[in-house]
Design a binder for this molecule. Structure first.
Ligand code: ATP
Length: 220
């Protein structure tokens, strides 16, 4: 299947520091890909480059289709109401689907007149997700969407992402430190370390491979 996101020999640097170097990976269409790796591995840099916020210093990045991005510090303004955030979104995005966004928020019981800063962390995460989905992206990129959420809110956010994947032709790339939050829902895994993709592929194949490596034969 043609990848929606593909990097080849990608290098990105901040001044003299190379955050990504010779990084090659692919996310096939329709997959929910987990991007994991230790602090400083280059996860945010990879996402910023994929969505066009940073330019490659070497190699190539290709995105096929529309991309929507939810940054780690969510694109919300505490002093504005949810309805005002929708208005900004509508003005800034020609493909905006206001009806879908309002329907989604109503389904979640999030009041449009509430100021963003007064919503719970889980509700804020859902609003950020709604603003991204209203653009009908082909690729949804979420930087640490589960950070600072309690387990129930984490579960709700992942369930919402999976519902969108099932309902629309959507490919997702999301990063996390907490791999156990992702292994039930993601079906593609990219392990980033030192700015390179160490491992990339179907999560089941990789876990099978892992079991082969650490299974009874080796322990015997
Ligand atoms: P974390 O999980 O801590 O968010 P990460 O995997 O997202 O880490 P990046 O934030 O992409 O990693 O950082 C990759 C490398 O680039 C690190 O060594 C970091 O210090 C460096 N870096 C990131 N942003 C900048 C910047 N604006 N200026 C200079 N160096 C930076």
């Amino acid at each position: 299947m043609t990848p929606v996101l593909e990097t080849t020999g990608l290098g990105v640097r901040y001044g003299r520091t190379w955050a990504l170097r010779d990084c090659s990976l692919a996310v096939p269409r329709g997959r929910v890909a987990a991007l994991v790796g230790p602090n400083g591995a280059g996860k945010t840099t990879l996402m910023h480059t994929a969505v066009g916020l940073l330019k490659p210093s070497a190699g190539q990045v290709t995105v096929r289709g529309e991309v929507a991005f939810v940054a780690q510090d969510k694109p919300l303004y505490d002093g504005f109401t949810v309805a005002e955030m929708l208005t900004f979104g509508r003005r800034m995005n020609p493909r905006w689907d206001d009806e879908a966004a309002r329907g989604r928020l109503a389904g979640l019981g999030i009041p449009l007149e509430r100021r963003v800063g007064r919503l719970s962390g889980g509700q804020q995460a859902q609003v950020a997700l709604t603003l991204a989905l209203a653009r009908h992206p082909g690729l949804l990129v979420l930087d640490e969407p589960l950070a600072n959420l309690d387990p129930l809110a984490r579960h709700d956010v992942m369930r919402a992402v999976m519902a969108e994947v099932a309902a629309h032709e959507l490919t997702v790339l999301l990063s996390s430190h907490v791999v156990s939050d992702l292994e039930d829902t993601c079906d593609w895994l990219i392990v980033l370390n030192g700015g390179r993709a160490q491992v990339s592929g179907d999560i089941e194949d990789l876990l099978d491979g892992h079991r082969v490596l650490t299974g009874p034969a080796e322990l015997a």
